[in-house]
Design a protein around this ligand. Structure first.
Ligand SMILES: Nc1nc2c(c(=O)[nH]1)N[C@H]1C(S)=C(S)[C@@H](COP(=O)(O)OP(=O)(O)OC[C@H]3O[C@@H](n4cnc5c(=O)[nH]c(N)nc54)[C@H](O)[C@@H]3O)O[C@H]1N2
Ligand SMILES: Nc1nc2c(c(=O)[nH]1)N[C@H]1C(S)=C(S)[C@@H](COP(=O)(O)OP(=O)(O)OC[C@H]3O[C@@H](n4cnc5c(=O)[nH]c(N)nc54)[C@H](O)[C@@H]3O)O[C@H]1N2
Ligand code: SF4
Ligand SMILES: [Mo]
Length: 716
């Protein structure tokens, strides 16, 4: 929102929408160009915090490589075409494909920025209504799916995930999160470093459990290595200890729980002594950690990405909830609580069912109207009825972000029609037949539909565009609207009058719990337009007494598929097959954002960051030297990267960031290509999923490591 102007320089407030933190920015604009981007010291939520990515918004806005006009493929080149022509030709080709091969020949993949940019989200269902298909994929199945499925089974809706009350807790146990790089996830908490430091400053504890001693370990009272994939076993052992040592206290929760009495027996087989070898954490330590967690006045048990993309993901996420429940920390200040968002949760996920559809070949289950993306490649490559022939890829880069990227390269090359809605011609969109450019990051308005619902305080905020839209630039919702009406036209249907994203938002705000339909002087878009830094609706409040959207209205402690999965966990514990060879895990970097910000010059300075961290013992065992190029191979592929000796790694575990591999032909990212790196997901195996949810396994991948052959070249 413009809050001032002096000497031709405008000052705008805006929330950064690059990650979940929603930090407040002050942006100076002169002659329709960004002059500076700074932290907003008066932002009530982020209190002057930003990270280096925020200033790189200027780089993205001004990037000469960013695509600004619709493109059409001609052979192996692209040519500019008009929007109308692009919409019409896409609609005609879709109609041909659907007529010849049926609805399910069309597929969608939607990437991470969908969750951060509401224009990409508000109108998707209109497109899908016009071009329906079961083949709807997204980045959710390489990320949050196990979390949302657990929320649905236990609490009745995918978006009912309880959020850590980080600002009031006395004890925080974190598994598989690295907030010092990611700025925090599934808890919107801008300036999270200070919030974690404050836990310790008020006498609390922060405990981190991760196969790498990460940047976040520096903030922790203690850090423990854990063998990848064994988190569910650790949590089961903690539950075992709570029951065996009678450490539990439900603090009045019991009346709201279904299945609580039967919990204890489920965890009897998982003593700390039994899981110690698999987890790599001594039984005595597990018992002590459990006692301290249970004894804390208030406590949070939290698990994120590292736990979400592994074979026991959903089961582990369920156990995090049980740990919070049996210690009385659910729905309690200082524990985990549900936000009361300004928009109804159903806004985001009206269809909240599990298993209504399945992928055609592997029968992976649907959830919230989506199928697991680990199956996308095979569903395109396999012949026969029901194969995918057309793909809309919207704000996603699955070639670098989802498993078996080389398979996806081959699959996308084979499609009859591929439409990309993106900012860049990257590893995925280079396969497009039509490229439809989104507006630059500061040229559109925004409301963070998703992360106000996963925030550590209830907040709302609407931002106007900072820069005027240039002629020929369409808003994201207008791109959807153009496609929808072109599809209707080829079918001989009347055009729809389609409201803008902000008009839809206005209606949703008014209908929400703080809205002007329900509260005198309540929220609507006008009120947000007059609140240039948004509105603080206060700390999270207990709300279990209002009932839950489960059938019982209570917390379902024992979802049947998850209870049954403890058997698989027991078998894995007994098999000891986890004890073999090296496994690969990932890492995020503060100066990166998924696969797509390596083209920002100010983020891409310095030495190559796509290096494999290896414990010195593991290097020596293979006769490798620090700094040498090495070949890393898995069941599905091989890449070459430099190795770096690092005591921060758990022996037996190696670590590489994902989102690199920019040297594929046709990628128009000149800055990124200067340091292309290699793609982690060329190693991730598309056949490996969490069998409960179908979420891809991206960490703990078995790999072999050897010196790279001289003069080796990486495949195209
Ligand atoms: N090995 C491994 N793989 C992972 C992960 C991991 O930890 N390890 N993390 C996973 C996670 S958590 C996620 S969320 C996924 C992300 O998976 P994706 O979303 O598929 O990948 P991103 O790299 O985030 O790519 C985002 C794309 O959106 C484009 N984009 C950015 N802003 C806009 C916009 O405003 N409009 C449009 N139209 N396009 C835009 C970018 O150019 C880029 O092409 O990756 C997953 N992949
Ligand atoms: N700078 C930056 N910020 C980002 C992003 C980015 O790309 N760059 N991406 C955004 C997105 S899309 C997301 S989803 C969030 C994710 O944010 P986080 O959930 O904090 O995820 P990561 O930073 O990937 O940290 C995952 C941690 O899990 C550990 N790990 C790996 N395998 C295991 C395991 O088996 N068990 C345990 N206990 N730990 C394991 C890894 O070592 C790593 O430290 O970050 C967001 N923020
Ligand atoms: S932490 Fe960085 S990327 Fe995330 S919202 Fe804040 S400034 Fe933007
Ligand atoms: Mo993510």
């Amino acid at each position: 929102m413009k809050i001032g102007q002096r000497d031709g320089v405008e000052v705008h407030t805006r929330a950064c929408n690059l990650c979940e933190s929603i930090c407040g920015l002050l942006i100076e604009v002169e002659n329709e160009r960004v002059r500076s981007i700074r932290p907003d010291p008066d932002d009530f939520f982020s209190r002057g915090h930003i990270c280096p990515k925020a200033t790189a918004l200027k780089d993205v806005q001004e990037d000469p490589d960013r695509i600004r006009t619709p493109l059409r493929r001609v052979g192996d080149r692209f040519e500019a075409i008009s929007w109308d022509r692009a919409f019409r030709e896409i609609a005609e080709r879709c109609a041909e494909i659907v007529d010849a091969h049926g609805e399910n020949a069309v597929a969608y993949y939607r990437g991470n920025p969908i969750g951060h940019n509401y224009g990409l989200m508000t109108h998707f269902d209109l497109l899908r209504a016009e071009l329906p298909t079961v083949n709807n994929f997204s980045a959710n199945s390489v990320d949050g799916l196990p979390t949302f499925l657990t929320a649905y089974w236990m609490y009745g809706h995918a978006m009912m995930w309880p959020i850590p009350d980080i600002d009031r807790t006395d004890h925080f146990v974190m598994l598989g999160g690295n907030p010092m790089a990611s700025n925090g996830s599934a808890m919107t908490a801008p300036g999270i470093r200070k919030r974690i430091e404050a836990i310790r400053a008020r006498g609390g504890r922060f405990v981190l459990i991760d196969p790498r001693r990460t940047e976040s370990a520096r903030l922790a009272d203690e850090h423990h290595f854990i063998r990848p994939h064994s988190d569910a076993a650790l949590m089961a052992a903690m539950l075992h200890t709570i029951f065996e040592e009678d450490l539990g206290r439900t603090r009045g929760l019991e009346a709201s729980l279904v299945g609580f009495e039967d919990l204890e027996t489920s965890f009897r087989p998982f003593s700390p002594e039994r899981v110690a070898r698999w987890t790599g954490i001594e039984a005595g330590t597990i018992r002590r950690l459990t006692r301290e967690f249970a004894a804390a006045d208030s406590a949070v048990f939290y698990a994120r990405m590292g736990v979400a993309v592994q074979p026991f993901a959903t089961t582990a996420l369920w156990l995090t909830q049980l740990l919070n429940i049996v210690t009385g920390n659910l729905d309690r200040p200082g524990g985990v609580l549900w936000p009361t968002p300004a928009l109804p949760r159903e806004t985001l996920l009206p269809r909240c069912e599990f298993g209504d559809d399945q992928t055609r070949l592997r029968k992976l289950p649907s959830f919230t109207g989506e199928l697991p993306v680990a199956a996308l490649g095979e569903e395109i490559l396999s012949e026969g009825e029901g194969a995918i022939r057309a793909l809309f890829c919207i704000a996603g880069n699955p070639v670098l972000s989802t498993p078996n990227g080389r398979q996806l390269d081959a699959a996308f090359a084979k499609l009859d029609l591929m439409v990309s809605v993106d900012l860049y011609l990257n590893e995925t969109s280079r396969h497009a037949d039509y490229f439809l450019p989104s507006p630059g990051p500061l040229e559109h308005d925004n409301y963070n539909l998703f992360f106000h619902m996963l925030s550590v305080r209830d907040t709302v905020r609407y931002d106007e565009p900072v820069l005027p839209r240039k002629t020929g630039v369409l808003d994201d919702w207008e791109i959807y609207a153009g496609l929808v009406n072109a599809l209707r036209e080829v079918r001989g249907r009347d055009a729809l009058e389609i409201p803008s994203s902000s008009e839809l938002l206005d209606g949703l705000l008014q209908a929400g719990p703080y809205g002007s339909d329900n509260v005198d002087g309540g929220l609507d878009l006008d009120r947000l337009r007059n609140a240039p830094r948004g509105i603080d609706l206060g700390p999270l409040k207990p709300r279990l007494s209002e009932g839950l959207p489960t059938i019982s209205g209570k917390v379902e402690c024992l979802p049947a598929p998850l209870v049954a999965d403890l058997e698989r966990l027991k078998q894995q514990l007994a098999s000891e097959s986890w004890d073999e060879g090296l496994v690969l895990i990932g890492r995020r970097e503060l100066r990166g954002n998924g696969s797509w910000m390596h083209n920002a010059p100010r983020l891409n300075r310095g030495s190559d960051r796509c290096v494999l961290l290896v414990h010195p013992r593991d290097l020596a065992a293979r006769g490798l030297r620090d700094g040498q190029r090495a070949r890393v191979s898995s069941r599905v592929g091989a890449i070459e990267v430099p190795v770096q000796a690092s005591e921060t790694m758990m022996p037996g575990v190696v670590c590489l960031p994902h989102g690199y591999g920019h040297d594929r032909p046709g990628v128009r990212l000149r800055v990124a290509r200067a340091k292309p790196g290699a793609s982690y997901n060329d190693l991730a195996d598309d056949t490996q999923v969490d069998p409960i949810s179908g979420t891809a396994v991206l960490n703990g991948i078995p790999v072999a490591l050897e010196g790279a052959p001289e003069h080796a070249t990486e495949g195209a």
